[in-house]
Design a protein around this ligand. Sequence first.
Ligand SMILES: Nc1nc2c(c(=O)[nH]1)N[C@H]1C(S)=C(S)[C@@H](COP(=O)(O)OP(=O)(O)OC[C@H]3O[C@@H](n4cnc5c(=O)[nH]c(N)nc54)[C@H](O)[C@@H]3O)O[C@H]1N2
Ligand SMILES: Nc1nc2c(c(=O)[nH]1)N[C@H]1C(S)=C(S)[C@@H](COP(=O)(O)OP(=O)(O)OC[C@H]3O[C@@H](n4cnc5c(=O)[nH]c(N)nc54)[C@H](O)[C@@H]3O)O[C@H]1N2
Ligand code: SF4
Ligand SMILES: [Mo]
Length: 725
Amino acid sequence: MGAEGTGTMNADNLLTHCCFCSMQCGMELVNDKNTGELAIRPRHDFPVAAGRLCQKGLNALEHVRHPERVLRPLVRPWLPEAAWLQGGVRLEEAAAAQADGTEGWQPLAWEEAVPDIARRIRAIQSEYGRDAVGVYGGGSLSNEVCYLLGKFTRVALRSKYIDYNGRYCMSSAAAAGNQAFGLDRGMTMPLSDIPQAKFIILAGTNIAECQPTMVPYLLEAKKNGALLVTIDPRNTMTSKMADIHVRLQPGFDSVFVNGLLHVIIAEKLYDQRFVDTRTTGFEQLAEAVKPFTPERVEELTGMLEAVVRTIARGFAKAPTGIVLTARGLEQQVNGVENTLNYINLALLTGKIGRAGCGYGAVTGQANGQGGREHGQKADQLPGYRLIEDPAAREYVSKVWGIDPAELPGKGVSAYELLQKIDEGEIKALIVLGSNPVVSSPNSRMVERALRKLDLLVVIDMFETETAAFAHYLLPGSSFLEGEGTLTNLEGRVFHRPQALELPGEAKLDYRLICELAEELGYGRYFQYESIEEVFDELALATAGGKADYSGITYERLKREKGLFWPCPSPEHSGTPLLFTERFHHPDGRARLFGITPKMPAEPVDQDYPYVLTTGRVGSHYLSGAQTRRTAALHKKTPVPVAEIHPWLARRIGLKVGDQLRLTSRRDSVVFAVKVTEGIHPLTVFVPFHWGGELSVNRLTIQALDPTSRMPEFKICAVQVRGEKV
Ligand SMILES: Nc1nc2c(c(=O)[nH]1)N[C@H]1C(S)=C(S)[C@@H](COP(=O)(O)OP(=O)(O)OC[C@H]3O[C@@H](n4cnc5c(=O)[nH]c(N)nc54)[C@H](O)[C@@H]3O)O[C@H]1N2
Ligand SMILES: Nc1nc2c(c(=O)[nH]1)N[C@H]1C(S)=C(S)[C@@H](COP(=O)(O)OP(=O)(O)OC[C@H]3O[C@@H](n4cnc5c(=O)[nH]c(N)nc54)[C@H](O)[C@@H]3O)O[C@H]1N2
Ligand code: SF4
Ligand SMILES: [Mo]
């Protein structure tokens, strides 16, 4: 490892985009006048966040050129061929190897690595069947790489088991969007509509830390007279901008929203014409919210009835309004229902499909939107086509040049895929663009499962916590090295050029997938001269699907600086504002749903009396693989800090200098602690960007939403006590 040779500039293509969140701010690589070093500057010509970058974006070069970059293929030296094929050498044997000093990695030539891996995959598949090999992808990858991962799994592995980290991210929002609108695009409107909204509800979304360059849109709306409401158990940096902050205990969103819907219906403040002509399900909704009088909501949530009435009346009467939700209420076993209820608010008041109005599930990862459209999901083919739909199978098989009968059926969600490893059904896994040992709930199970694998191949820039369990670690490409397209939180597809040469022997992710397919004997389906050819095939594969890219080309993207899907023909100018006349259900109408609030998977009780919720801080990104390797960000937040309310601190007798021990039914972990009035008194918050002894996911619960299969990252029951360091 080591980053010598990293970062030769490709002088024609210095305009690029940040690798982190879904805003996808434009950035420019320049040679700093004073130091002569390569540096990042904000770009002014990309409309999303013209001239702005947050702390993560400004520091995004550092991990790319980090000395810990993996620069050659690596293999475990204790992986003897014969024993392997006879049933596998597992990590237990690493302990023995460690004892005689042969642990660690050994470099290997690409000419050996790819054929070796292919041979092992074939051996495993011939012994245990095609489905014994799974693939785990990511939402930071380009549309092209996401597309190829899906195609590789179905065509070259012929396995049904693929899913990706976006399951932990956008799956509840996706399911709710499909149920309510018939279509899943995170935001129904472009960001440029936000300043026109007169009433904005932000629920479970901490925009100021998670999409910082969106803040100016909110401030502009406020300047134009908008009222801003946040609904969050914590008084976050986002809540500090709000006119009203509803400090709800995690798990009470549907109760609270039912209160709002109750007032809107009882006081006849809803948009009768919109409800009559553009929706169905009003009766069911009215019935469900009937018992949720503001008085009852006050009893259940502690939120004053006057607050419920004020927000309900204000939102319904405002001429324009927007509701944005994110993981706070989506990452729950009731995540889909919670999201549907917030969508109800926008539909009931007719605030959708016109300027200054809309609903948005604020997408998370760089390509969290595109990453879920092109066949990385267990049940989907490109363009959101369902893998179990015979017409979809027929169409995509034709594009791929295979017999539809050869296409596998649907697999299982990310966490269930890891469970299948634990149960012994899946024997080999390829991970590209994710670090599931840090990011999965109940991560002790994941560690146990990965130890059981006969083959784990990780394609990454770093030796991550997941790569620590791998047999092969292959150096993939960073965002500055791989060309491709991505789709931001608005549904805006754009082109990201290659800016730097690959360091060392690292390979482009897409080339690596094609080479593996070739070695597996399916090279004829993966013949691409360039990444643009992959895009053209992707666009064709999506034609007629819900996420239709068929009118998009690289040439158009470069010329028009991005296009909103659906864009079904070369003449089509894209669709920034959705649902102006029809929703995507066959009858053109949106669906209202009556939601009866349900309990979390693990309600608090006498033994585990407090709620643990988890999330993010501004200076780190997801599993931290990139940002923990960035000095300025690491310095800002070197360790996770648990937040508790002064009432709870007193109750447990926390002393100055103590740390906080949190114990769930899964494990027990000690964190640094900060006492703050901002948080709900019965709730503890811990960010999840760290692994090992600092990993909050050792405590979280594996319960999944029944529809979206989203884990309940936002609620589990814990014991809390102070501990001397
Ligand atoms: N700095 C930074 N930015 C990021 C990321 C990152 O890791 N770091 N990740 C990106 C990704 S992939 C994603 S998905 C997004 C996530 O963006 P967000 O969803 O905004 O981030 P979270 O911190 O997970 O959760 C948001 C808020 O939900 C609150 N919350 C917890 N439980 C509940 C509840 O029951 N109801 C309500 N209403 N709120 C609740 C938390 O207190 C928290 O403030 O951010 C993206 N941007
Ligand atoms: N407790 C708790 N857990 C959570 C959440 C939470 O709120 N609470 N949020 C969940 C959410 S919303 C998400 S999105 C997940 C994300 O969780 P992960 O998928 O684990 O997060 P990342 O850190 O983005 O992992 C990406 C990995 O791919 C590598 N990588 C990045 N770009 C590239 C590339 O272009 N090519 C290659 N080859 N490798 C690349 C990085 O080095 C990194 O190791 O975490 C989930 N886990
Ligand atoms: S707001 Fe998001 S995309 Fe923009 S610089 Fe920050 S992390 Fe990158
Ligand atoms: Mo996410």
